[in-house]
Each structure stands twice: as C-alpha cells, then as structure tokens.
Design a protein around this ligand. Structure first.
Ligand SMILES: [Zn+2]
Length: 464
C-alpha cells in the first residue's frame, strides 16, 4: 500500500530553495518514504500513480488554525470589525455554544477543506478549555485528525487571566490556574504526543496570547514546563498594534524584546502573525530561530496588515504559512493561502518581495521546520512520503509556459488528484472517499442553526 511510483508529472516542486526547488521525472515511494527521484521505470507489479498533466509538491503544512471556528464563518456581526471587536463578537461570543458535536462537525469541515487543498499536516491552536465541558476538546480534535489520516499537532491553548473588552456582553471566558493548565498539557502529551522523527501526533504548549492570557511571572514557568516535557511553544503575537501598545505601556518594550526576557524565543517556538514587528525584532527572531506562522488572509480580512514574512525570510529566519481560524478567513484552504501570500507581498513591496518557489517553500519546508517535523516538508530521498499531486487541467492553468507554477500563481480551487501521508493515500481524485459531503453539509446546517438560536431555545434543546 505504501509502495508505488508517481510517474509522468509535468513538474516537481520540491519545497527546497534555489536550484533545488525543482526536480524532473518520477518519484518512487518505498515503505512510506521517498526512495528515489529521477527518470524511473516501473518494476514488475509496482503500483503506478499517474501524474501526467499534474504538478507534484510536498504535502502542504498549515501551522496555525482554530478548527472550532469552521462553524463560525461569515458571522454578520463580525464581518466588518477589526481584531478586538471581532474577537468579542465572534469566537468569544460563541465559545460556550461549541459543544462536543459542534466541535466534531467544525473540525471535520476544516480538515476536509484543508485536505482537499493538498494539506497533509495541520497544527490546530485550540484555546477554550472549561470545567463546564463534559468532553475533552483535545481528544475530539485528535480523533477527527485520525479519521483524515493527516499529521496533526495540537497546540494546547488557554488562559490564566481573563480579558475584558470595551462592551462586555460575552459569556465569561474560561480561565484556569497555571498548575492545572500545566497538568492538563502534561496529560494531553502523555496520551497523544509522539516525539519520534516520523511522528503523526504532537502536542505543543500554547497559551492563547503571552500578552493578554498569562500573568507576566507565569511566562517563564510555562516556557520551562514546555521544555521539561519536550514540547514546543506557540502563541499569537503582534497581530496588530494593540499588542505593541500593550507591552510598550506595561513593560516598556516591544513584544519580541519583552518575550526574549521571559525565555519565549528559540528554534522550539513559533508565533502566529507577527504583523507588527520592527527590524530589530525580526533580526532577533531570525537569530534565535523563532518561526513565524504567516496568516496573510486572516490578517487581510481583519484589516491587520501584511506581516513582514518576506523580510524575516531574507534575514534567514523561518517562515511558515497558515490559514488561521475560518471565522476570520472564509477561504481557509492552503492553495488560497499560497496565492494570497504571492499577490499580497508583491502588491505591498513590488515583484521582488517573494517569488512563487519561495511561497511554496514557506508552505512546506518552512512549516515542517516551524512545527519540528524534521522528516517532512521537502521531496527528497529519505523523507516521509507526504506528497500532493495537483491536477492542472482546468482552464485557468492552460496556456501557461511555466506550467509547474500554476498552483501558486493562479490561485482558485485546486484539484488534488492524490495526496499521501507516509505513503498512505488520503485524497483520491479530489475526494475523501470515506466522507459523505451531503451528510457533512446537513451537520453543518444543523450546528449553525443550534448555536445561533435564541438563548431560551438553546436552553430548551439542551434539556430535551
Ligand atoms: Zn489564530
């Protein structure tokens, strides 16, 4: 099952940099790993995967997501609001209505959207944990990922202090004492975290924001606890000027400099956004190997700006690509993210800001490095066979002289002819064979109706 030959591709994008970004020929997979790349003849009895008219890439890596938000898309109250008001009106208004079924359906929608855009690795930042739940979100999310067969990292979020907003009509946000948070991360890691190189499941320690979710002395404790458990650190940072204003006002420093004093930088740390990072901060991120989860579409949708991913890349830093939660990005698929990054950086700083191969590098090798999955992210012998094959027969790709780049420079809806994780096929001809899409659509409609029903009606349904 995990031995085959991918044959006849019109191009191979390896995810590597420079001249190594492209390869020619065929790809042989043996035992779930890439065995060789070149002009290869099929051996007797060898399964051949036809890649004619298609481009082959590493499976795409999404490094920051909130799967619970896939049933919170296009919420009218939040459509034209910036970050703080949007947080209050969308995720923080609905969080306590996301019960076990809603989370399962939401995660299924999000993972389906990602898998059908060529993603094979997903990092989900889940940040609502409450005593009031009669279920464990960590288990629901890992079980959903297992059904899809994707590599999955759960960034376990949460807060030890509440956050107040200008107009507070939201359900009180869940907080937990630090020792309980650490114990809960430890329990999640014990059950799910596999540190082995070819791991399918990892856990990271990921308080929602270092600025607003923890008390300052707790930052070092969290960093030390994560490192003692062998877990990476993740969080949101500098998504807009609110973060910078906050740390300047309270700590006299910009966010990255402030976190440097609390052991929160290093090659085992990655931050979502970093839109408002100055040159000094970018140098410090690059020097320490701290990675960026670049979320160009969510940043655009919320009017936050364009993160200096191109500059961090130019300084030798690690940039990865992410879609962020679908409540702030109604196109939470990786091919839309590739095109958004390609076009936004050029609109912002000119055509030299980022070429197509660099954008793909962020979405593959960069993502693997940010998440610490060292055996994926590029197509080269010895790596895990996490591979996507994109069909390029749609009209938008016709007439292109350099056909291999169509996936990135044309955007739109990709057609994944096949994708594989460790050589196991997850997408077949644009479909997830086990997933009934009509049933998922009905589930989505039912969940949205339930969580948007008036409070009285929700109470009645809950007691039935
Ligand atoms: Zn986020």
């Amino acid at each position: 099952m995990t031995d085959f030959l991918i044959k006849g591709a019109l191009g191979i994008l390896t995810g590597r940099s420079g001249a190594a970004a492209r390869a020619e020929g065929d790809i042989r997979v043996r035992g779930g790993m890439i065995a060789e790349i070149g002009s290869l003849a099929a051996r007797p009895g060898e399964r051949v995967v036809d890649a004619s008219g298609a481009v082959v890439t590493p499976g795409l890596v999404n490094t920051h997501h909130h799967l619970f938000q896939s049933v919170l898309k296009a919420v009218p109250a939040g459509m034209n609001e910036a970050l703080a008001a949007w947080l209050r009106l969308v995720p923080y208004t609905f969080w306590d209505r996301i019960d076990e079924e809603a989370l399962r359906v939401s995660a299924t929608i999000g993972l389906a959207e990602l898998a059908l855009s060529g993603a094979t690795t997903v990092a989900d930042h889940h940040y609502f944990f409450s005593d009031r739940y009669d279920f464990d979100p960590v288990n629901v999310l890992f079980e959903a990922a297992e059904r899809f067969g994707v590599r999955f990292l759960l960034a376990r979020g949460g807060a030890t202090k509440g956050r107040s907003f200008d107009a507070d009509q939201t359900a009180q946000l869940p907080v937990e004492p630090l020792d309980r948070m650490i114990a809960s991360v430890e329990a999640a890691a014990k059950r799910w975290h596999d540190p082995s190189p070819a791991s399918m499941r990892r856990v990271a320690f990921a308080p929602t924001t270092p600025t607003f979710s923890l008390n300052e002395p707790e930052l070092k404790e969290v960093a030390a606890a994560a490192r003692a458990m062998g877990l990476r650190l993740h969080s949101h940072l500098s998504e807009n000027m609110d973060y910078v204003d906050h740390t300047l006002a309270h700590h006299g420093k910009r966010p990255v400099h402030w976190l440097a004093e609390h052991d929160w930088l290093g090659p085992d740390v990655w931050f979502a956004h970093l839109v408002e990072s100055d040159e000094d901060e970018l140098c410090l991120l690059a020097d320490t190997g701290t990675a960026m989860a670049h979320c160009p579409q969510a940043n655009a949708r919320l009017g936050s700006g364009i993160a200096p991913a191109d500059r961090l890349h130019g300084l030798g830093g690690t940039v990865s690509l992410a879609v962020d939660g679908a409540a702030a990005n109604e196109a939470a698929d990786m091919v839309s993210a590739l095109y958004a990054a390609f076009s936004l950086h050029r609109a912002h700083k000119g055509v030299g800001a980022a070429d197509a191969e660099t954008i793909l590098h962020w979405a593959t090798a960069g993502g693997a490095r940010a998440l610490g999955f060292e055996t994926i992210g590029t197509l080269e012998p010895g790596k895990q066979a996490d591979i996507a094959i994109f069909d390029l027969s749609a009209p938008r790709y016709l007439g292109q002289h350099d056909r291999a780049l169509g996936l990135i420079v044309s955007g739109g809806q990709a057609h994944v002819r096949a994708s594989f994780v460790a050589g196991r096929q997850i997408v077949e001809n644009g479909r997830l064979p086990w997933l009934d899409m009509d049933e998922l659509a009905a589930d989505a409609a039912r969940v949205v109706a339930r969580i948007t029903a008036p409070r009285e009606e929700r109470r009645l349904r809950a007691s039935m």
